[in-house]
Every structure is written in C-alpha cells, then in structure tokens.
Design a protein around this ligand. Structure first.
Ligand code: GAL
Length: 471
C-alpha cells in the first residue's frame, strides 16, 4: 500500500515542525535550569559575598560532653526540666566525670514569631517564665555551660522561628543571654537556597555551607565564644568543610534507641574518621542510653564507640531515670579520658587484625592517648564470641614477637595480665571491649599485676617466667 501522506503529507510536515521546535524548547529549558546549575562559580554574588570567618578557637577543641532536651522531652520542655538536669549533673557525679553542657533543643521560643520592634526571637513565656538568661545564669552558677538551638532556615524543624537572614540579631541575643553552645539545624530551607552544584565540586561553596557560614560570622562577632554544632545530617558533604565552619557536624539522621542506629552511625563515621581531630568532630547524634530497648552491651557500645570516635556525647534521657549501671557506663573514667584527651585529638581508627573477618563496620580499632595505646573491639555478632587481638597487627604498638604485652581493661580499670603474641577473650553479643596495651619495661612489677587481677583472669595470666619455661 502506498504511503498515505507521501513525503510532503501532513505526518511529515508535523515531524518537520517538531524538529524545528526541539532546539527552541531545549534553549528555553536550558535558560530556566541548566545555566543556574552551571552559573555557580566563585564569582557568583552569593558565593563572593559569603563570609569566610573560621569558627572560634576559644572553644570546641574537644568533643562536647553534656545533655540535650530533645531525645528525652521533644517539645515538652521547661525551665524546671533544664534546671533539674543541671542539678542532676552535680548530684549524680556527671559534672565530676566531665559532663559540661546543658543544651536546650527545639521549641524553646514563642511560635508566633519575633518581637516586632527588636526583631529578636522571644522565649516561650509559659515554658521559660523567667527568660533564657535567668536559666543560663543558674546553669553557670552550677559551674556548667548552656546550649541553645536554632535553624539555618525560615523555621526550625518543629516550626518555631529560624535564623536564616537574622543571624546577627540571633547570635547577639544568644550571647547576651550567656549562651555557650549553639546547635544549628537545617529545616525549612527556602527554595532560593536549594543547593546547586558548587564550583569545583567544593561543597564549602554550596548554598548549604553558606547558610551555616553566615552564622559562623555572626557568632564570631560576639564577645563570648559559642561552640557551634552544624545539625546538617551528613548533607552537602559536610565532613569536607565542617571544620572551616563549626566545631562539630551531624553526620547521621536522628538517633533511635536501636542497635541498627548504633551500627549505622558507626559505619557512616568509619569512612570519614580522618576528618576528626581537635576542633573538628563528626557528630553521631545524641545518646539513647536510658531510653529503653538497648541491651546493657549495646549501651556499652553506644557510649564506647561515640567516645573512641570522638563524637560529641550528649545524653538524651531524663537523667533521674538512669540506673547505677548506666551511670557507671556513662562515667567510665578511662573511656571518657580517651574522649577528652587534650594531647591526642584523633579518634581510634579501624585496623586489620590478623585472623579476623572483614566486617562492616570493622570490629577492631586502635588509637593513642596520653595513657598509651588503646584497642577497642566491637562484637557485631548476635551471640557471644571469641576474639583475639594479634599484637603484631596493632598499629603503633611496635610489638616485638619475643616480648610481652600488658593488657589493661579500661572498663574495669584493672590490669588483666601479660601476654605474648595475642590476647584471646570472650565477648557478649553487641558488646565493646576497651583495652590499654603496654609494652612493659624490664622492671615492670609483674607480681603486682598478678595480684590486682581478678580470679577468673588469673588463670589466663602467664608470667615471663612461665613463658620462658614454655609452660
Ligand atoms: C532535627 C534534629 C534533631 C532535633 C529536631 C528538633 O532536625 O536532627 O536532633 O533537633 O530536629 O526539631
């Protein structure tokens, strides 16, 4: 059958017309989308005018240690609850252990908006009848520090006034009130601040980073140092530029009291641990210890992993509900000392322990502190299992195969004993073991070590004499 329309029939004319229109359509699309993406260069006005001031070096050297209202109370906060938490820091020994920050999260302000004259955010008068400054001064009287929360968008995540465009007003309000720490969230970002591909793929020049940089500059303009946490949930490759903007930055979604969350946070952090050092901390989010569901071993891992990765540790429960065992975990002096070490800023890093499986996240980590070399081992398994630290695998230990290693348990504060080649031990499901390893000098008091060890461990101890005799 002959072609119904022929070469110049209506079908062909349509096709010709469409072919002519396509480039025009493409041009319009390009005008509206691609040039905005392509046009982000270092010369773009938003980028050119963005502040480059670094965060304060008078605070934030070490990862924060404290408490935050959100996981415990959500929006149901008040002056009483915050002051009670401060008092509990003192009464429960948390302050003595090093906990310092009492932080107010979302929902502290009047939802209706700012003061029409001063443009300042106004505290909710039912929750804070005496204002935030009064609470701050009572927290300071306890020898503690106080934190507050705002957002690099038009509203906070719970819908209260945000600080975007009001950074200087809000930073000066916080400073006037005596605030020491700001958690700055990332909700309700207006359309014109949506991220576009930054020049040279350097996310310090992304619109996200610039929203947070505006607050860095505003905080720098205040007479008191304010520690600055970027609550950006790992967006915009924050670990690449966070240290130029703040002291710590969230790398995870919101915490939940589940083993899965703990594992995910550790797994995420493992890949970016080289970003962690003094003034520079990947924030794995607030603690869930005390919020049910986790086993004792999972709580130990939650605390120990946050500590050896040098994440901020902000407790997130009603402190009055913590058991003695939970308080014991949270106040463990040796693990907290590793976290707060003023000489060594780097976290423990994963290492390949000979004979162990390759897992995700890794199970074996080592790191340095003023006390020496530490090894942390996580049992990822769902049942108890045997672990072995192979001394020649431990980076920095400098193990010489003819020598002995003194193994010290950081959880109990006790020396376990002297071992050659490796230390084998059994672990409960989901637990974390924490050790200090020392190469004792010739004069090391072996008998003392043996005496201070527990009965069960005594059987594992092999003295140098026994080792030499091959028994
Ligand atoms: C989330 C943040 C939480 C909490 C909450 C308050 O974005 O990750 O930690 O601050 O907002 O609305």
């Amino acid at each position: 059958m002959a072609d119904r329309d022929g070469p110049d029939g209506p079908d062909e004319r349509w096709k010709t017309a469409i072919r002519a229109v396509i480039p025009l359509f493409g041009f319009i699309m390009c005008r509206s989308f691609i040039p905005t993406t392509m046009s982000l260069t270092l010369d773009s006005p938003v980028i050119r005018n963005a502040p480059t001031i670094p965060p304060s070096s008078s605070t934030g050297k070490l990862p924060a240690l404290g408490w935050n209202t959100w996981n415990a109370y959500r929006c149901n906060i008040s002056e009483e609850k915050i002051l009670a938490a401060g008092q509990q820091f003192v009464d429960l020994g948390l302050q003595r252990a090093g906990y310092e920050y009492v932080n107010i999260d979302d929902c502290w302000s009047a939802k209706s908006g700012r003061d029409p004259n001063t443009k300042r955010i106004v505290p909710d008068s039912a929750k804070f009848p005496n204002g935030i400054d009064q609470v701050a001064s009572k927290i300071h009287d306890l020898g503690l520090k106080i934190g507050i929360y705002s957002d690099a968008g038009t509203k906070t995540c719970a819908g209260y006034p945000g600080s975007l465009g009001n950074e200087f007003t809000d930073a000066s309000t916080f400073a006037d009130w005596g605030i020491d720490y700001l958690k700055y969230d990332n909700c309700n970002v207006p359309h014109n601040w949506t991220d576009k591909r930054p020049p040279n793929n350097d996310w310090y020049y992304s619109y996200s980073a610039i929203r947070f940089r505006q607050m860095t500059a505003a905080l720098a303009n205040q007479s008191r140092p304010i520690q600055y946490d970027l609550c950006i949930w790992g967006d915009a490759r924050v670990w690449e530029w966070g240290a130029k903007v703040g002291h710590s930055w969230r790398i995870t979604p919101d915490s939940t009291p589940t083993w899965d969350f703990i594992l995910d946070a550790i797994t995420t952090n493992v890949d970016i641990l080289n970003r962690v050092d003094f003034y520079s901390h990947n924030d794995m989010d607030m603690m869930e210890i005390g919020n049910g569901k986790l086993t004792l071993q999972e709580e130990r891992t939650h605390f120990a992993a946050w500590a050896f990765m040098k994440s901020p540790i902000l407790l997130g429960t009603d402190l009055g509900n913590l058991s003695q065992v939970q308080l014991g975990i949270l106040q463990n002096p040796e693990i907290l000392a590793f976290h707060q070490d003023a000489m060594y800023g780097q976290p423990a890093m994963p290492f390949k322990n000979a004979g162990s499986l390759k897992t995700s996240p890794p199970e074996y980590y080592s790191g340095q502190s003023v006390k020496g070399l530490h090894v942390f081992v996580i049992n990822l398994g769902d049942r108890s299992s045997e672990k072995s630290i192979n001394f020649t695998s431990v980076p920095g230990l400098g193990y010489n195969s003819s020598g002995l290693v003194l193994v010290h348990d950081m959880w109990t504060g006790q020396d376990i004993g002297l071992y050659r080649d490796s230390y084998n031990f059994s672990m409960e499901a989901h637990d974390t073991a924490a050790f200090a390893l020392h190469l004792p000098s010739v004069t090391f008091p072996v008998q003392e070590t043996i005496r201070s060890s527990s009965r069960t461990l005594l059987s594992q101890i092999r003295t140098p004499e026994a080792i030499t005799a091959g028994t």
